[in-house]
Design a binder for this molecule. Structure first.
Ligand SMILES: Cc1cc2nc3c(=O)[nH]c(=O)nc-3n(C[C@H](O)[C@H](O)[C@H](O)COP(=O)(O)OP(=O)(O)OC[C@H]3O[C@@H](n4cnc5c(N)ncnc54)[C@H](O)[C@@H]3O)c2cc1C
Length: 487
């Protein structure tokens, strides 16, 4: 309760509004105003505690950005050890790691605040990593990139990640399939921890700095924003992929990398929800089913099955299992009409489901069928199933006819849906493609084409499933690039 109120307050103060570093006097005034509001809040309420993480991180950000706007001139004149482009999880980890090793680090972020995508990960709860401490098992999740990542992960593994967060006060808890989340159930905890780390390691952060070009001139990197130019001995590109462009990940880094001589594998959306022909999904939007068997068909022919969690959305289906199947679904969509059947009950076949219904309807014979079916599936879904079976939900169980029971058990055994397509980049969790690993040194994350250039996080062409594997890549590649760039 305490944290949610203070979070709300912080949202009301408008953390994104007062943090720009481009605007001179007006912005400085806004920053001072925001700092004053923070102090005022602190005075009138015990809930926004001066020692709380939120308070510290927020005041740090305002004071910090205020100072930044003052200092900008000095920044353009300085030769930095390292410039990091992109303040997502990979860029923040790289910047803090390099600065902790003594490098002077400038972090340029196009948004007014860092980590916009990070803050919406895991439905706002942030699936930080996956508890696969056996490195062979972990690397297998990255399929053909597993071999490349061997030496990268040997420098910063899942265990190292967990320790890194634990040492900074972030406790993690395990959920299904090894997913690790902060015990606070809030991505803000992870975000604020990274902000504090940037502050404590003395990283200079410029928000609202839209990088438009990165060039290598002699032995230095010249990074141009809309208003300034900054110089550094080394450059780490961490601008992310192309999924959810509203968070800032618009693929700019691919253009910079290409100009610098890299190949870019075509990037497409990956881990993306699907759309269905059936409009009834809207009525059950938000309902999720765990451990259900999903069978994919093309033109009625069975392709493969998968068991896991599925979430109904306004226009179709999402959830970890659907996201992980999305790449195969997109390939199947090229070959014919793709059907998906959801097995709603654990009984092995339709006959056993029918028997179960018979028993249940007998035991509850005077109750309405809708009030009995919801003992088997969520209420809203029960209504949909009854409608699809053409049964009036108010019918008493004893009056449900044999034919009706057959239709019902058939639907509970295999609820049919037709997939019409995948949603676009605006809804994707990650994009596929990017900079090929053959052009990167796995021990350092340094470019083999441009010495002094490092590429990390979602910029790399690495396939992975949902389950914390994407953020783990950011922590690992960010840590390794930061460590080696600082040398
Ligand atoms: C809805 C959603 C939920 C997710 N949940 C999870 C999860 O729970 N667990 C998990 O492991 N993964 C999750 N992911 C994936 C994960 O968020 C990404 O893999 C991760 O954010 C990639 O980090 P990054 O630092 O490489 O890039 P990004 O997070 O994309 O950050 C790149 C940064 O670079 C900045 N930038 C871009 N261009 C420029 C420029 N020209 N100048 C300056 N700055 C620039 C952007 O504004 C952005 O802040 C989720 C993704 C989405 C969309």
């Amino acid at each position: 309760m305490r944290s949610s109120r203070s979070e709300q307050r912080r949202a009301n103060i408008g953390i994104t509004k007062g943090t720009t570093t481009d605007g001179g006097g007006l912005m400085q005034a806004l920053c001072i105003y925001n700092i004053s509001v923070l102090y005022l809040l602190n005075t009138i309420s015990n809930e926004f505690e001066p020692d709380s993480e939120s308070y510290r991180a927020t005041s740090f950000l305002y004071i910090y950005m205020y100072t930044q706007s003052h200092m900008k001139d000095a920044y353009t004149k300085k030769l930095w050890d390292i410039i990091v482009v992109g303040g997502g999880p990979a860029g923040m980890m790289a910047a803090a790691t390099a600065a902790a090793k003594g490098a002077s680090v400038l972090l340029l972020e196009k948004n007014q605040t860092l980590g916009k995508k990070l803050r919406i990960t895991g439905g706002g709860r942030c699936n930080v990593t996956n508890n696969k401490t056996n490195s062979r098992e972990m690397l297998a999740k990255y399929k053909r990139s597993g071999k490349f990542l061997h030496s990268t992960f040997s420098q910063h593994s899942v265990t190292d990640t967990v320790t890194w967060f634990n040492e900074r006060g972030v406790e993690l808890k395990e959920e299904n399939e090894g997913r690790l989340f902060p015990v606070t159930d809030s991505a803000e905890t992870v975000y604020e921890t990274l902000l504090t780390e940037l502050k404590e390691t003395d990283v200079t952060v410029l928000g609202g700095a839209v990088v438009t070009a990165v060039k290598k001139i002699d032995s230095h990197f010249l990074t141009t924003t809309r208003t300034e130019q900054f110089r550094a001995k080394k450059c780490i590109l961490a601008t992310g992929g192309t999924s959810r462009p509203e968070t800032g990940s618009t693929g700019d880094g691919f253009t910079f990398a290409k100009t610098l001589g890299h190949t870019i594998h075509a990037h497409n959306v990956a881990l993306v929800p699907v759309e269905t022909q059936e409009r009834w999904v809207k009525r059950v939007s938000g309902v999720s089913l765990s451990d259900v068997k999903l069978t994919l068909t093309v033109d009625g022919r069975k392709q493969f099955t998968q068991t896991g969690k599925v979430l109904f959305t306004h226009s179709g289906l999402s959830g970890p299992t659907i996201l992980n199947m999305s790449k195969q679904i997109s390939e199947l969509l090229e070959t014919g009409t793709v059907g998906l059947h959801i097995k709603l009950m654990s009984e092995p076949d339709e006959g056993s489901i029918r028997e179960k219904l018979t028993e249940l309807f007998h035991a509850e014979s005077n109750k309405k069928v809708c009030n009995v079916l919801n003992q088997l599936v969520p209420t809203t879904l029960a209504k949909v199933v009854l409608r699809l079976a053409n049964i009036d939900g108010d019918t008493p169980c004893h009056s449900v006819r044999v034919e009706e029971k057959k239709r019902l058990s058939s639907l509970l055994f295999a609820l049919p849906l037709t997939i019409t397509g995948l949603l676009g980049a605006d809804k994707a969790v990650i994009s596929s493609g990017g900079v090929p690993l053959t052009e990167i040194n796995p021990k350092t994350m340094e470019s083999k084409k441009v010495p002094g250039l490092f590429l990390i996080g979602d910029m790399l062409d690495i396939d992975r499933p949902s389950g914390g594997y994407s953020l783990q890549l950011c922590w690992t590649t960010g840590f390794v690039a930061g460590s080696h760039a600082a040398v």
